[in-house]
Structures are given as structure tokens and as C-alpha cells.
Design a protein around this ligand. Structure first.
Ligand SMILES: [Mn+2]
Length: 291
């Protein structure tokens, strides 16, 4: 049983001295195909106890930056509006203290809370969002819901000037047309292009022009062979090494102000849990190595 993310001892898990705060957000209301993302945060934290604290690639022990794990958010009572608002307020409070927020989903809808919090804290024109996903999630609404997992990036567009979506391989014709019309603000690298020419940090930076960047990662961005336990597995997708190399480049060239990893739908196959936990720690390492 893991007591916190990475199962850290004091002082590395203490709130006062920590630089990163983990928000377990077991939010699930509109998942459309396979349900179970509500168990995602808990399973990522459990799997994280098996992640090595030393990182070979960077020869660093980034956990020494201090990583505090909050109690899971309670979404049992209330409405979608109150859940998203209360999560946003909590993230804003941590941004004000200078701590780095890490959100564990839950379904992708929850990402609107940190994106809004960062937009309010840093200013909407001061930040961009990097979005890794199989789906463009740019429907105006889905099944009558404006705050559906399938609308998250459309809502994000109201908060920030620029987004760049990578790995997209499932979308509606309306989303396709919307992205084509708005390509100066909302860049996209379709998965077929990623497959053909690979991921380019330089190209991504053209669509992420601000110094501050928030990263949202829907685990279904990755190949289902590597991460099978997601709400909607879609053939294709990025692999581990090409993606972490790309993300490392983003961390080196921009000030990443927070990130989320969402849409884990745990089942008997625990490899996805561990993948998600390792991914979260890899990004913490890219943020805090050498500090
Ligand atoms: Mn998705």
C-alpha cells in the first residue's frame, strides 16, 4: 500500500518543503465507452511505490524536490460546476504558493480545472496548452454536455490563446473543420503525421509561443499495446521513448507550469498503472532535475 505518490518518507512527502503537489482527482461523469477512470488516481499512486526513485537518463533523484500528495478530491455530492470550481480553487491556491501542480485523473474533463487555474494565475495570454490525446476533444458539446471529456479542449480554448494537440487519430468532421479554420491558434499534429515524420519539438514550439506551458496527457494518446487500460483505446499512437524525448525537449525550452495524466481505466492488467506512474515521475524529473 502506497502512502503517497512514490511512497515517500518525510521530509520528501511533507507539504511545507515540497515543490510539487499531487492532486488525486477521481472524477468520472461522462466517460462514454468504458467506465472505471474513477479508480485511476488511486491505482497510479499504488503503482508509483514500484517506480525507482533514481532516474538513469538524467542521473538524478528528483523526488528530493519534495512531492506532497493531497487527499483525493471528493466528487460524491454536488454538480459538475461545483466539482470543477472547487478543484480549480484548490489548484489556484497551490499556484499562489509557488508549488507545481500535478493532476491525476479521472476522466479528461477534470483537466479544465488546472487549465483555468493556470490561465487565471498566469494570465490567459501568457500560457499555452500542449495536449497529447487520441481524440481532439473539441466538440462544442457531447451527449448534451458542454463539460464532457469530448469537449475539454473546446472549453480550454476559452481560457488560453494557443494549444497544440498531438497524436489525434479520432475526431468528428466538425472538429476537423474547426481545427482547420482556427489553425493559427490551435495547432494539431495528427497521428498519421506523427507516424510519418515523428515528433518535432521545434514544430511544437511554434504553436506554443508563450514561455509558460501547461501539459495535459490523455493516456489514450499512447499505443494501446503499451497502455491498454484506457477508456477508449484507439489503434496507432505514440510510444514511450519518442514521447518522453519530445516532452523533455518541451521542458527544456519552456517553463512548464503544471501537468495532468488522465483517463487511466484500471483493470486486472497493471502495466498501464505502472506506465502512468512512471510517466508522472519522468515529467517530475524533467521539471526538477538538478534543482
Ligand atoms: Mn482521448
Amino acid at each position: 500500500m502506497s502512502r503517497n505518490f512514490l511512497d515517500l518518507d518525510s521530509p520528501y512527502c511533507d507539504y511545507d518543503s515540497c515543490r510539487a503537489v499531487v492532486f488525486p482527482c477521481p472524477y468520472e461523469k461522462t466517460t462514454s465507452y468504458l467506465k472505471g477512470t474513477v479508480y485511476g488516481p488511486q491505482r497510479i499512486i499504488e503503482a508509483s511505490a514500484q517506480v525507482e526513485l533514481f532516474d538513469i537518463e538524467t542521473t538524478s533523484e528528483a523526488y528530493k524536490c519534495g512531492i506532497h500528495t493531497l487527499a483525493p478530491f471528493d466528487y460524491s455530492a454536488g454538480t459538475v460546476d461545483t466539482w470543477l470550481d472547487s478543484t480549480e480553487v484548490a489548484i489556484c491556491a497551490q499556484l499562489k504558493t509557488g508549488k507545481f501542480p500535478i493532476i491525476l485523473g479521472g476522466e479528461h474533463t477534470i483537466s479544465i480545472a488546472p487549465i483555468r487555474a493556470c490561465s487565471k494565475h498566469f494570465g490567459p495570454s501568457q500560457m499555452s496548452v500542449l495536449h497529447l490525446d487520441a481524440h481532439s476533444d473539441m466538440r462544442e458539446e457531447y451527449q448534451g454536455n458542454r463539460y464532457s471529456h469530448a469537449s475539454i479542449m473546446k472549453r480550454a480554448h476559452a481560457c488560453v490563446q494557443h494549444t497544440y494537440s498531438v497524436g489525434i487519430r479520432a475526431q468528428s468532421i466538425e472538429e476537423n473543420e474547426y481545427l482547420t479554420v482556427n489553425k493559427h491558434r490551435f495547432g494539431v499534429l495528427y497521428d498519421q503525421e506523427r507516424f510519418a515524420k515523428g515528433l518535432s519539438v521545434e514544430e511544437a514550439l511554434r504553436y506554443l509561443p508563450t514561455e509558460k506551458v501547461y501539459i495535459t496527457i490523455d493516456l489514450d494518446y499512447f499505443q494501446p499495446e503499451e497502455v491498454p487500460s484506457v477508456g477508449t483505446p484507439v489503434p496507432g499512437g505514440g510510444s514511450w521513448y519518442e514521447t518522453i524525448k519530445f516532452l523533455r525537449g518541451i521542458f527544456q525550452k519552456r517553463q512548464v507550469v503544471g501537468f495532468d495524466v488522465v483517463e487511466l481505466k484500471p483493470d486486472h492488467d497493471k502495466r498501464s498503472d505502472f506506465f502512468a506512474a512512471q510517466l508522472v515521475y519522468k515529467l517530475i524529473t524533467y521539471k526538477f532535475q538538478g534543482t
